[in-house]
Design a protein around this ligand. Structure first.
Ligand code: OOG
Ligand code: NI
Length: 316
């Protein structure tokens, strides 16, 4: 399975060298995700074998705890250091979450070996507003983030290696958090590992470049999609269309020896429609910049449920 990021070093300018380093980091982050999440891996294989085009990622997503430097900024640093720009904030008061998204630097199309430097994805990073949780939940979160020491300064290493910067929790602690916030429980056992990648549907070449066709295709192959608020999530302007699978679970051994599967990651699909002011552009002149950008609170609120118990245990 060819990485969407990796590349051979063929050009020696310092900008290209740092771009190559950054893409190698993303490639390791992606590899951890593909190794752990059979559904995401199978769907990417299926799409690349069905659609001739190289798959582009619309965005990558991470989850964090807003406590003592462990929040969004711990994960955004890597991206800001490599040319990303912070964009607007999204708030989810009921879930006690805040998110920021980051736009990528322009990436020149450089051919190297058999692989093209594709466009870099957007990044969506959220954080749990820990201060708003119950004292019991706060105690658990503060205990583990405290035990991570300087771990939050090395979130990219943690994500690329696929290991937590804090010890594993007990089953009781996991359950207690899950009762209050499934996001909190997910983040406690998955840490900085990639929460999902999103396939850019409009950049596919076959009829799969329509998200309704894509969703039907995926469901016909037997994959289960997140049905929260309906399978297709549509922004109020009608221009951002999203759907996602239900997360895989992986066997997990808690610190007390108790074994139970925990939710890991899922894969998302996004189609961005052309903005009204560009509707008359010829098809072959339409670029990503002519399409709806950013994220949408109403869509995101439902996509968060892709790792929820309700969705994981629901009949297909
Ligand atoms: C993120 C959910 C939101 C989007 O594209 O709006 C999202 C998460 O589950 O952490 O991915
Ligand atoms: Ni997403």
């Amino acid at each position: 399975n060819h990485s969407k990021f990796s590349s051979l070093v063929v050009s020696q300018s310092s900008a290209d060298a740092s771009d190559c380093f950054f893409r190698s980091v993303l490639s390791s982050v992606e590899q951890v995700y593909l190794n752990r999440n059979p559904t995401a891996n199978a769907i990417l294989q299926l799409v690349s074998s069905t659609d001739a085009n190289q798959i582009c990622y619309d965005h990558l997503a991470f989850r964090t705890f807003a406590v003592n430097g462990h929040g969004i900024e711990s994960m955004s640093k890597l991206f800001l250091d490599f040319g990303y720009t912070q964009q607007e904030e999204l708030r989810f008061p009921q879930k006690k979450l805040k998110a920021l998204w980051f736009s990528p630097p322009p990436s020149p199309t450089v051919t190297c070996g058999s692989c093209i430097h594709g466009p870099l994805p957007r990044v969506f990073i959220s954080e749990l507003l820990v201060d708003q949780m119950s004292p019991e939940a706060q105690e658990i979160i503060r205990k583990y983030t405290g035990l991570s020491g300087a771990g939050h300064k090395h979130s990219a290493v943690s994500s690329a290696l696929g290991c937590l910067t804090w010890p594993k929790p007990s089953h009781l602690e996991f359950q207690q958090l899950a009762r209050e916030s499934e996001y909190a429980a997910w983040t406690l056992v998955n840490g900085y590992t990639l929460n999902h990648v999103t396939i850019s549907i409009h950049r596919l070449k076959t009829p799969l470049n329509n998200i309704d066709n894509f969703n039907n295709f995926i469901q016909d192959k037997g994959f289960k999609l997140n049905s929260e608020g309906g399978v297709l999530k549509v922004s109020p302007d009608g221009l951002l269309l999203q759907s996602s699978t239900v997360a895989d679970s992986i066997p997990y051994e808690f610190s007390d020896g108790f074994k139970e599967p925990v939710p890991c990651s899922y894969i998302e699909f996004a189609q961005r429609l052309v903005l009204p002011q560009y509707k008359d552009l010829p098809q072959d002149e339409i670029e990503e910049a002519h399409r709806r950008d950013g994220f949408e609170v109403g869509n995101a609120d439902k996509i968060f449920e892709s790792t929820s118990r309700d969705q994981l245990t629901r009949r297909a």
